[in-house]
Design a protein around this ligand. Structure first.
Ligand SMILES: C[S@@+](CC[C@H](N)C(=O)[O-])C[C@H]1O[C@@H](n2cnc3c(N)ncnc32)[C@H](O)[C@@H]1O
Length: 322
């Protein structure tokens, strides 16, 4: 924590703090030389709903492109899932695209959606139980960057991982590698289906993360609302502007909230100073090539078995084998 950004430290308990973990992450992230907030906190109820709206935006090609690849190759992907197996999905969200795999693999015995948004996860699981009454739906509310606590009763069941949505692109490369290596160590894991967005035209990429209706801006800005509600922070919304830009060095889109003026924001235990134009880095969306996707898979102990793309090579669904 620097003296400039943290003028006051107060250790006294505060009733306004309903999410001490978020408060701790926020103070840590906002106290560094480059201010950051971890993207996993974007997904409160409102954030989950806003993300679902993003998936339907005209500019946001990844969801519909990945959905089309999954539909085109559903039979082959379904056949690659072992009979009686479990599909373990990381960052499952609304599990919409998942239904293509569930329909193509009626021989599955269990579906394990893993997501940090516990309430949304339970609602989605209830909906899937209604749609697939013979399937054992076993939701796990957890942070997928740590060990995924899989039910002991699924220990001997053959497993296939599923990580769509290019959510892997939100992770730093070493965290992405650790996540894939962690999945490689699941008992009886037989494969992994990974969706990644591919490097493409910069304007198209930036538009996908800065849509004309401002839904992505609302999604990122909602983190400030969440901080105010769950930690008692006093962020003023109109004091920050949303900005998405292409980072050619890291081959990723950076999503930031930029301070419109000199200001001080107070959180319980910290006062954070912002200069006009200073940014909080909230999220990144890394784009891959098939080559560096293969390198990532190999570094985590997987082999790139098949890479399925759309006709224009906008998005890839890769099947990894142990
Ligand atoms: C980009 S959305 C993708 C949702 C869905 N899989 C899709 O393809 O449309 C990311 C999802 O991952 C979840 N998520 C983000 N960070 C997470 C973390 N660290 N641990 C577990 N889930 C996380 C979010 O709650 C959200 O549902």
């Amino acid at each position: 924590m620097t003296k400039d950004s943290l003028a006051r430290i107060d250790e006294s308990p505060n009733d306004a703090v309903t999410n001490p973990e978020l408060l701790r992450d926020a103070i840590e992230g906002l106290s560094g030389a480059e201010k950051t907030l971890p993207p996993k906190w974007l997904y409160d109820r409102q954030g989950c709903d806003l993300f679902e709206r993003i998936t339907t935006l005209p500019e946001y090609y990844p969801t519909r492109t990945e959905a089309a690849i999954l539909e085109t190759h559903a039979a082959a992907l379904g056949a690659s899932i072992p009979p009686g197996g479990a599909l373990v999905e990381l960052g499952s969200g609304a599990s919409v695209k998942t239904r293509t795999l569930l329909d193509a693999a009626p021989h599955l015995s269990a579906y394990v959606p893993v997501d940090i948004a516990a309430g949304f996860l339970e609602e989605t699981a209830a909906d899937l139980r209604r749609r697939y009454p013979r399937l054992d739906v076993v939701p796990v509310a957890a942070d997928f960057t740590g060990p995924v606590p899989l039910s002991p009763r699924l220990r001997d069941v053959p497993k296939v991982g599923f990580f769509p949505g290019s959510t892997i692109g939100n992770l730093e490369p070493e965290i992405a590698r650790d996540l894939l290596a962690g999945a490689r160590a699941w008992p009886n894991v037989e494969g992994f289906i990974l969706g990644v967005d591919l490097v493409k035209d910069t304007d198209e990429l930036v538009a996908a993360y800065d849509d004309a209706q401002g839904v992505t801006a609302a999604f990122i800005g909602n983190l400030l609302t969440r901080l105010n509600r769950e930690t008692g922070a006093d962020f003023a919304h109109d004091a920050f502007a949303y900005e998405a830009s292409w980072n050619a060095v890291a081959t990723r889109i950076d999503m930031r909230l930029v301070s419109r003026r000199d200001q001080v924001v107070t959180l319980p235990g910290a006062r954070i100073g912002f200069a006009a134009g200073e940014a909080i880095h909230v999220s990144a969306a890394r784009k891959y090539t098939v080559e560096n996707l293969g390198a990532l898979a190999r570094s985590a102990g997987w082999k790139l078995d098949r890479v399925l793309t759309d006709r224009e090579d906008r998005f890839a669904v890769a099947r990894l084998a142990p």
